[in-house]
Design a binder for this molecule. Structure first.
Ligand SMILES: Nc1ncnc2c1ncn2[C@@H]1O[C@H](COP(=O)(O)OP(=O)(O)OP(=O)(O)O)[C@@H](O)[C@H]1O
Ligand SMILES: [Mg+2]
Length: 325
């Protein structure tokens, strides 16, 4: 892994305005991402983990500029992504790709697999049609699909094979940075392992940089080199994988780990785990530390003031008053 930063996210905020249901139809603000800062270095696999609704997908999509930001900055190789003009963004978008959770709904069911995988090549006018066809076959082979099935439709493939189609499409333009959003969450456990291994093989072959989003800590632990834990739109802890597994400090991270029956991530993948209590609404986040209503160690300070993210050892930061100023 090199030391070059491929992505820098600075105090990124993404709020959605929604209309409340019921008589009042009041406007409400969903604080989906509420001041996230992070860096991703070339060749790194940064896992983003947290319970449903904590803002992981919103973070991934905003980083890809699929959402507008509310405030903050996203720098891609030092350049402000949101300041880019359409042409420059079109160029950059070939370097950045996203793989989604549900391979079926993200693949057009009326298009043959060759058209689905070749679509980015056509959009960006890469090569002649016979070169595009060769490239599609090579991509299918690379992700473990038999090219002789290229005239089939997505529904004729299994869930795991459909995710391979989605991966092949993401690879078509030779990206360097890939956001995987719950890329294996819809798959059976045994298939999850195959797809995770494929993503790892591709990463070591092409030196990809991944932002790997999952609500499943075992999956994130299996694939990542560094792990960021999110809670209600904010980063609560970030560290190298090994450090986080051995020395997690935030009570929320602890709760995520304690909800597991064993310590081997492979044996935990796909198992359901629950942290006590419900996730509060990002429309009305709790005062102070957002985790305080579920935290067994909360003090008055935690109820009143949000703890800043503080580096407690090199590369390991935590937002908790217990380790704060
Ligand atoms: N387009 C949108 N409009 C309004 N609210 C949204 C929109 N997208 C997401 N939200 C809200 O933002 C919050 C964060 O959602 P997000 O999908 O980013 O969470 P997540 O961590 O990816 O959850 P999951 O694990 O279920 O995928 C949620 O409260 C969600 O309802
Ligand atoms: Mg999501």
């Amino acid at each position: 892994m090199k030391d070059t930063k491929i992505l820098e996210v600075k105090n990124l905020v993404k709020h959605f305005t929604v209309t409340a249901q019921g008589a009042s139809e009041q406007k409400q603000v969903v604080r989906a991402v509420d001041g996230v800062s992070l860096d991703i270095k070339e060749g790194e696999i940064l896992g983003i983990v947290g319970e449903s609704g904590c803002g992981k997908s919103t973070l991934g999509k905003t980083v890809m500029r699929l959402h507008d930001k509310t405030s903050g900055e996203v720098l891609y190789r030092g350049e402000d992504l949101f300041g880019m003009k359409r042409d420059q963004m079109k160029d950059i978008s070939t370097h950045m790709q996203m793989i989604f959770q549900d391979p079926y709904s993200s693949l057009n069911p009326r298009k043959k697999v060759s058209q689905v995988i070749g679509q980015p090549l056509r959009i960006h006018s890469v090569g002649s049609s016979s070169e595009q066809s060769d490239r599609v076959e090579a991509l299918m082979e690379e992700v473990g699909l038999n090219p002789k099935f290229k005239r089939r439709y997505p529904h004729q493939f299994s869930g795991g094979q459909r995710q391979r189609i989605g991966i092949a499409r993401a690879l078509a333009l030779d990206p360097e940075f890939i956001v995987c959003d719950e890329a294996v969450s819809a798959l059976d456990v045994s298939v999850q392992a195959q797809i995770l291994n494929l993503l790892l093989d591709l990463q070591s072959k092409h030196q990809f940089t991944y932002m790997f989003i999952s609500h499943d800590l075992a999956v994130v632990e299996f694939i990542s080199t560094r792990i960021l834990v999110m809670y209600l739109g904010r980063v609560v802890e970030i560290a190298d994988k090994k450090e986080l597994v051995q020395k997690h400090l935030h009570p929320y991270t602890k709760a995520l780990f304690e909800a597991f029956p064993t310590t081997d991530p492979r044996s935990r993948i796909g198992k359901k785990r629950v942290v006590m209590g419900d996730v509060p609404s990002p429309i009305y986040p709790p005062s102070g530390c957002h985790f305080h209503p579920r935290c067994p160690f909360a003090t008055d300070k935690c109820r009143m003031e949000y703890p800043p993210l503080k580096e407690v050892s090199p590369g390991h930061s935590v937002a908790c008053w217990e380790f704060g100023s």
